[in-house]
Design a binder for this molecule. Structure first.
Ligand SMILES: C[S@@+](CC[C@H](N)C(=O)[O-])C[C@H]1O[C@@H](n2cnc3c(N)ncnc32)[C@H](O)[C@@H]1O
Length: 301
């Protein structure tokens, strides 16, 4: 086994595949990754923060866009109680099936439906609150998704979005230049890798009033990064003409740091929370929208 091949331990996994989990041929691996991440203290704490901003109340109708295996939706179903409902929507039928299996046998008021963030299968003003965590990075048109979130939210209803920004991924690694190149390649591999920094402007463009912007960092253990980086690192040589040995050396330095208990990586993002004003022209974002610098745009990724 060459150094480079040893990067593939456990098989290739491409985090950008979350845009079409069923098309990857290995949806169970994506479900497993979500479970492993959700079991870490840091991700649980981030989910607590999103739940706090969402502030689900008994009797409410809540939408979780890109619900995956239903982890958040099932939790919020407990909060809305028997007079409310949480609907989880996802592009992946396979992940939806996992969510339905987990719902089975409980009395929780939740439903899981197939749908796309940019074309939600609900009437206008249907939900008290809408949330999407770690979904827009996988969505080619986040502005259209935000417009849909605003459309299906009632006046005074809440919208909460959490996403990371690929350029805000920091590794404590020795070769800064190579680290930046690799992080850049990872960012380019996502549909909207740099959506994190755009969230406040996207809320404004959708006519939502931004209530809070909470910067947050995702801390994943070394073992998870080993999985998340297999495909990006394996493709880096051909995409950026980086010698495979350099890439292997870079990764092995992180492995060595992990053995010393010194591995550190943090991926920053934002939890943005807003409301739908009665008159969107009066939203806090209306002034922002008037300026050309914040017009919604598609990424060139
Ligand atoms: C990283 S997972 C996050 C799952 C869940 N929100 C969580 O935080 O645990 C991204 C999810 O978004 C879904 N997804 C990706 N693009 C989507 C789209 N355009 N519309 C709906 N769901 C989408 C994926 O199938 C996957 O379940």
């Amino acid at each position: 086994m060459t150094d480079r091949a040893s990067l593939r331990l456990g098989g290739l996994f491409d985090p950008a595949g979350f845009d079409d989990v069923d098309g990857t041929g290995d949806p169970a691996r994506y479900a497993e990754l979500l479970d492993v991440a959700a079991a870490t203290d840091n991700v649980r704490e981030l989910k607590n923060r999103v739940t706090m901003h969402l502030a689900a109340r008994p009797g409410e109708r809540i939408l979780d866009v890109g619900c995956g295996t239903g982890d958040d939706a099932l939790r919020w179903a407990d909060l809305v109680g028997p007079d409310g409902v949480v609907i989880g929507v996802d592009r992946s039928n396979e992940l939806l099936q996992v969510a339905r299996d987990r719902l089975g046998g409980t009395n929780l008021p939740a439903k899981f439906l197939h749908g796309d963030a940019t074309d939600l299968p609900f009437p206008d003003a249907f939900f008290n609150a809408v949330s999407a965590s770690r979904v827009l990075i996988h969505t080619p048109d986040p502005a259209q998704a935000l417009a849909e979130f605003a459309r299906v939210t009632r006046t005074d209803g809440r919208v909460v979005v959490f996403d990371v920004d690929a350029d805000a991924l920091l590794f404590d690694a020795p070769d800064h230049g190579l680290t930046q190149t690799l992080v850049g390649l990872l960012g380019d591999s996502f549909r909207s890798g740099r959506v994190g920094r755009r969230l406040p402007a996207l809320f404004a463009a959708a006519g939502l009033s931004v209530r809070s912007v909470e910067p947050c960092g995702v801390l994943l253990p070394h073992e998870l990064w080993r999985t998340l980086l297999t495909a990006p690192l394996s493709h880096a040589a051909e995409k950026a003409d980086i010698p495979a040995d350099d890439i292997a050396r870079w990764w092995h330095s992180l492995e060595a740091a992990a053995r010393r208990g010194e591995f550190f990586a943090v991926w920053y993002g934002l939890i943005v929370s807003g409301t739908k004003p009665a008159d969107p022209s009066q939203s806090a974002g209306a002034a922002l929208r008037a300026g050309p610098a914040t017009q919604p745009r598609k990424e060139n990724t």
